[in-house]
Design a protein around this ligand. Structure first.
Ligand code: ARG
Length: 486
């Protein structure tokens, strides 16, 4: 608790040590050390270029800051406990290393705009890495779909067998949802991609600072527009947790499908031992724990959105210390969503579709009833009439306990003159899949278009991710920036 009084400029009382400890965010903030140091390196570069800090002082400051950055990256940075947050802890360490000159770093800066900067750097970095990993998974789903075009299985509505589809089409459905989630991640990345530093405590600075220069040094395409808004703004954090939840929801649906499909009742996929968990009691068990956990982790993602919404609701303008409670939620989000993406990436190769079982579950023809009705429509029969005729055929087959095609010709023709043998060709599940070539349908040409679209989306999302410079690349570039006044 060496520097308790440092935020107490009036020299009256320092806060009670126990309350400092209780209110400190340092233990969580340590994860933001690189972001904080990077911001300081850019800030001091700007202070030198604008003549607010002498070149020699800036050189010493930036050298020490970047040394600490390297240590943070290597996991060897030591920062004393007992500070209120990462910003004070870094300043205390700089004071220890450099002495009085460290007192120049905080010129035209507040912890309010520092934390606003650090969190944006963090979200931008995490969102770009997440986006790259998501784009990779979308590409892999497209590749996998291309390999599963011949497998047919039922699609479900209301969790009842509905219509035949290809496994490729199912995988494309997972991919489509994941791409939408990726677009939300890209949006969140864009929202965080603004320079907050230079807002000061709440109203800017009277000193001749150069915010566009700091933005350029940190790879931000723009600076925030209003200092008061900036220090109180956690919208970018909300957008990020929402985006992460969208990714988790999408992986959760894929998981819910696989949990069901791997049961003996569905039997549509097999999970090999690399991803299946056993039971401590039942020797026969092969459980889909990974996919259950993927569904379960979505709850944490959604909880984080709600926590942040609740935190910012009702806050007045400007910085409020409540905002520090964003930390756990925000820091947890990147690892949570990236862990889930990785788990799916590792698991999918160990999932095999059971095409024989898939076809068997379509064999009675009931899931092709709509295809039969559509065959009648092709002959000019109004859909409602065809629907009723096939409905009557379904009832007859169910009552006789036979497949649709098992109803004798004479009985069929008595139900409707068009229910002849030629019409029954549409009951073949493969023919039914092959015929659905409407845009977005399960037909093979339509699925090829969907696969190509997933590849294109994967490339686009990856390109968006690559536009964000890494924290270490930014630090490296800063080390050679001029420190002379212009
Ligand atoms: N620890 C604070 C946070 O993380 C930093 C800003 C604190 N500002 C202040 N005036 N106490 O939100």
């Amino acid at each position: 608790m060496s520097s308790i009084a440092r935020t107490n400029a009036t020299g009256e009382h320092g806060m009670l040590p126990e309350l400092i400890a209780w209110s400190s965010s340092l233990s969580l903030d340590r994860a933001l050390a690189r972001e904080d140091l990077l911001g300081s390196a850019a800030h001091v570069t700007m202070l030198a270029r604008t003549g607010l800090v002498a070149t020699d002082d800036a050189l010493a400051l930036r050298g020490a800051i970047l040394e600490m950055f390297d240590a943070a990256e290597a996991g060897t940075l030591k920062l004393d406990d007992g500070e209120e947050d990462i910003h004070m802890a870094v300043e205390a360490e700089l004071a220890r290393r450099l002495g009085a000159v460290s007192g120049r770093l905080h010129t035209a800066r507040s912890r309010n705009d520092q934390v606003a900067l650090d969190l944006r750097l963090h979200v931008r970095d995490q969102a770009s890495v997440t986006l790259a990993e998501l784009a990779d998974l979308v590409g892999k789903l497209a590749d996998r779909a291309a390999k599963e075009k011949d497998v047919v299985l039922p699609a479900y509505t209301h969790r009842q067998r509905a219509q035949p589809i290809s496994a490729a089409f199912l995988i494309c459905a997972w991919g489509a949802q994941l791409v939408r989630a990726g677009e939300v991640v890209a949006f969140a990345l864009g929202r965080a991609d603004e320079l907050a530093l230079g807002s000061g405590a709440c109203s800017g600075s009277s000193l001749p600072i150069d915010r566009p220069l700091v933005a350029k040094l940190l790879g931000f395409p723009r600076v925030t527009a209003n200092a008061l808004d900036t220090v109180g703004d956690r919208d970018f954090a909300l957008d990020w947790t929402w985006a992460a939840s969208r990714v988790l929801l999408s992986l959760g649906k894929l998981s819910a499908d696989l949990v069901d499909y791997s049961t003996a009742e569905f039997g549509l996929v097999k999970l090999d031992g690399r991803i299946a968990a056993g039971s401590s009691m039942m020797p026969q068990k092969k459980n889909p724990d990974i996919f259950e956990l993927l569904r379960g982790k979505t709850a944490r993602g959604i909880g984080n959105v709600v926590a942040l919404l609740t935190l910012v609701k009702g806050l007045p303008s400007g910085y409020n210390r409540d905002q520090q409670e964003d930390r756990q939620t925000l820091l947890e989000t990147g690892p949570l969503v990236r862990g889930a993406l990785r788990a799916v990436d590792l698991s999918l190769p160990a999932v095999t579709f059971d095409g024989v079982r898939g076809e068997a579950s379509l064999a009675e023809g009931f899931t092709q009833a709509t295809d039969l009705a559509e065959a009648l429509v092709r002959r000019g029969i109004p859909f409602r009439e065809a629907y009723k005729a096939v409905g009557a055929l379904v009832r007859t087959a169910v009552e006789a306990n036979v497949a649709l095609s098992g109803v004798p010709l004479a009985t069929r023709l008595a139900l409707h003159a068009s229910l002849d043998d030629a019409a029954l060709a549409s009951l073949d599940p493969r023919a039914a899949v092959a015929a659905k070539e409407s845009v977005g349908g399960t037909g093979p040409k339509s699925v090829d278009v969907q696969i190509a679209a997933l590849h294109a989306a994967s490339r686009e999302l990856a390109a968006r991710a690559r536009k964000t410079p890494t924290l270490s690349a930014l630090a490296k570039a800063l080390s050679t920036e001029l420190l002379e006044p212009r």
